[in-house]
Design a protein around this ligand. Structure first.
Ligand SMILES: NC(=O)c1ccc[n+]([C@@H]2O[C@H](COP(=O)([O-])OP(=O)(O)OC[C@H]3O[C@@H](n4cnc5c(N)ncnc54)[C@H](O)[C@@H]3O)[C@@H](O)[C@H]2O)c1
Length: 318
């Protein structure tokens, strides 16, 4: 939000507020706030906009599994509805927040956008279905782009500690321990959340003919890590922490190492501002300054699944 406003844009935000009260620090508000379900947005809400950046979703695998029908309703049907409405309203550009997790049980290393998708969750399947349906809406007046984001990490006003790197760091600071639920071998591409925001900005400004209908992995070739590498990066910041393999999940079926060459071709000027090391260092400072505690770590505030479980009455499958 702050990036968009700093660039001089007038921003209209739409959010159901599922995580209201979960702020880590003060949030920059949009110029206009629409507090409603994206599935209820209509042409009047969107008319006149230069672009829609669609991020609202049930936003990871465990949340998706909580209520699969809800996940499909919001992530697939809601996204298609929003794209159709944007097109009818004459909005020329539609950026969809997809995910590298659609590669799931990666069938090879260094997965490119045209490689086989192997989703292992309702969440991932909902993102694929939305990409495909919205892709069919592309024409010379309507330019959808699918940003397949790496797993986010790093500090933000809406901090999440349910994301692997943030979780390891927060646990190390709060408990002196890093808890690895898998055997530590799965690959994940990681990206600082601020770099995701920068990529959205860049895809807003890219020439339509270059990006129309494109699916693009968003991250960096050097930012693929095995989960145990993430633990090592945290250990360098919190040297006394113990590494504990809890074995809770058994072998993690999600294992994907991703290639980001298309991003470099489409946006040659775009460079990541953070790598894992610098992003974690930055977050460690913020968590220490906020005296992030064991209670913060185990509470619902920064863990989307726990909060959603308490607030499921606010959002229903349709
Ligand atoms: N966090 C990641 O690692 C990651 C990685 C890849 C892709 N993504 C995608 O990026 C997007 C944003 O992720 P995030 O981490 O900020 O998720 P988040 O859960 O923190 O935020 C999602 C927001 O969407 C809102 N929302 C959910 N359903 C809604 C609805 N029907 N109508 C209106 N608002 C609704 C929630 O209130 C919440 O504020 C999601 O689409 C997610 O799938 C996230």
């Amino acid at each position: 939000m702050d990036l968009l406003k700093a660039a001089g844009h007038r921003v209209v935000g739409c959010d159901l507020g599922l995580f209201d009260g979960c702020e880590f620090s003060s949030v920059v508000r949009p110029d206009v706030e629409i507090a409603k379900d994206v599935r209820d947005l209509d042409i009047r809400d969107l008319a006149g906009a230069d672009a829609v950046m669609h991020l609202a979703a049930i936003s990871n695998d465990p949340m998706g599994a909580l209520d699969p029908k809800l996940t499909e309703s919001v992530n697939r049907e809601g996204s298609i509805h929003l794209a159709e409405t944007a097109k009818k309203a004459g909005v020329p550009r539609f950026l969809f927040s997809s995910s590298c997790s659609i590669y799931g049980k990666g069938t090879k290393s260094d997965l490119c956008e045209d490689d086989e998708l192997a989703p292992v969750s309702v969440y991932a399947a909902s993102k694929i279905a939305a990409e495909r349906a919205i892709g069919r809406l592309a024409d010379r007046h309507f330019c959808p782009v699918f940003l397949r984001n790496s797993t986010a990490f790093g500090g933000s006003p809406m901090l999440r500690i349910d994301l692997v790197a943030n979780n390891f760091l927060a646990c190390a600071l709060a408990h002196g321990e890093i808890r690895i639920m898998s055997d530590g071998t799965p690959w994940r591409p990681l990206i600082h959340c601020r770099d995701i925001a920068r990529a959205f900005m860049a895809f807003c400004e890219a020439p339509a003919d270059l990006v129309r209908g494109a699916s693009v992995n968003v991250g960096g070739n050097r930012e693929n890590y095995q989960v145990r590498d993430v633990a090592d990066a945290v250990l360098r910041l919190v040297p006394g922490a113990r590494v504990h393999y809890t074995g809770e999940t058994g072998p993690d079926p999600r294992n994907y190492r991703v290639n980001f060459d298309r991003l470099g071709k489409l946006l040659p000027g775009f460079k990541l501002e953070f790598d894992l090391e610098s992003g974690l260092r930055d977050l460690a400072q913020s968590l220490k300054a906020a005296k992030f505690s064991a209670a913060d770590f185990s509470g619902p505030k920064y863990v989307r699944l726990k909060t959603l479980q308490q607030r499921l009455h606010l959002i229903k499958a349709r």
